[in-house]
Design a protein around this ligand. Structure first.
Ligand code: F6P
Length: 343
């Protein structure tokens, strides 16, 4: 019986367990065995695996995170790790690998294919929704629903205390979470990495809002947003294994500037990993399930080097490379809709 390996890499994300469950169910229906690789590429380096039978996936559909564990291990960081990955792929008897991850995990998968580990299929995952070649990644819907609920909660305090509330959300270098949660939560200003922050403009919007009788404002800022005026940035840069800057801190910097310039009491809430955790929404469970089933179909049809994707409501296969070729930034048509409600 042929064996399909599956790993989940990068940040955890609601919807990973529905993918794992779907892969295992479809694989068993098609006569494959499934080997779970623990903690992303790290598990392939260390030969840390777990057999995934129907019992192992029972009850995991509504659970956030990943039963396989994850890590940000970069297989290309150390030469010896790469050698081990290639060797262990063979020794573990993996006939095909389903790599579930974002830009980094899929980028590494794409490189491995070029180096001869060809039997790989990708599944796009990230709460950031910043992968090109797919309309949506699972996890994003759960993240924006959580962030929207948080904004709703912050609204009540902002209103009662007549404060400005700055809400910092994740999203890395794309402002999808900020834009969609901001629209859904009725934010008065939304600041995203795609457009440098003009602090004078932000304060003008807040002041004009207050001039028409409002006594509170909600500002949603994406963690990757930056001031137009570079002298206002105060970030100490820490890098992860893939060389990405660990973001965070813009909310505090923004809150301080707003309070200083407007005189209104300003408080900051950083949602952080709260928006990445918890049970997946129905949308993410369905998307993850569709992706998982399709990934096994690709393996069965030997369509390696592909990634499953959502395009106009249909699940399709796209070249794995296209998924990581460019960052999918916020659609300005959508952002302009959000702007209609600023102030
Ligand atoms: O890519 C998902 C994400 O949650 C980003 O929005 C965020 O910048 C990053 O991961 C945080 O990563 P970590 O949990 O490793 O700090």
């Amino acid at each position: 019986m042929a064996t399909i390996g599956i790993l989940t890499g990068g940040g955890d994300c609601p919807g990973l367990n529905p993918v794992i469950r779907a892969v295992v169910r479809k694989a068993y229906n098609e006569g494959y065995e499934v080997l779970g690789i623990k903690n992303g590429w790290k598990g392939l380096i260390e030969k840390d695996t777990q057999k995934l039978d129907l019992k192992a996936i029972s009850g995991i559909l509504p659970k956030g995170g990943t039963i396989l564990g994850t890590s940000r291990t970069n297989p290309y960081k150390k030469e010896e790790d790469l050698v081990k990955i290639k060797q262990n792929f063979k020794e573990l008897g993996i006939d095909a690998l389903i790599a579930v991850g974002g830009e980094d995990t899929l980028g590494a998968a794409s490189k491995l294919i070029k180096e001869g580990i060809t039997n790989i299929v990708g599944v796009p995952k990230t709460i950031d929704n910043d992968l090109s070649a797919t309309d949506y990644t699972f996890g994003f819907d759960t993240a924006i629903n959580t962030a929207t609920e948080c904004i709703d909660r912050l609204h009540t305090t902002a209103e009662s205390h007549h404060r400005i509330m700055v809400v910092e959300v994740m999203g890395r270098h794309a402002g999808w979470i900020a834009t969609e949660a901001g629209i859904a939560g009725g934010a008065d200003v939304i600041l995203i990495p795609e457009i440098p922050i003009d602090i004078d403009e932000v304060c003008k919007i807040i002041k004009s809002r207050h001039a028409r009788g409002k006594t509170f404002s909600i500002i949603v800022v994406a963690e990757g947003a930056q001031f137009k005026d570079k002298s206002l940035v105060l970030q100490e840069e820490k890098l992860d294994a893939f060389g990405h800057v660990r973001l965070g801190g813009i909310g505090d910097a923004l809150g301080q500037e707003i309070e200083k310039r407007t005189g209104y009491e300003t408080r900051v809430s950083v949602l952080g990993h709260i928006q990445r955790g918890g049970t997946p929404t129905a949308f993410d469970r369905v998307l993850g399930t569709r992706f998982g089933v399709k990934a096994v179909e690709l393996v069965k049809n030997r369509q390696f080097g592909k990634m499953v994707a959502l395009s106009g409501g249909k699940i399709i296969a796209v070249p794995l490379e296209s998924a990581v070729a460019s960052l999918k930034t916020v659609d300005m048509e959508l952002y302009n809709i959000a702007k209609e409600f600023f102030g």
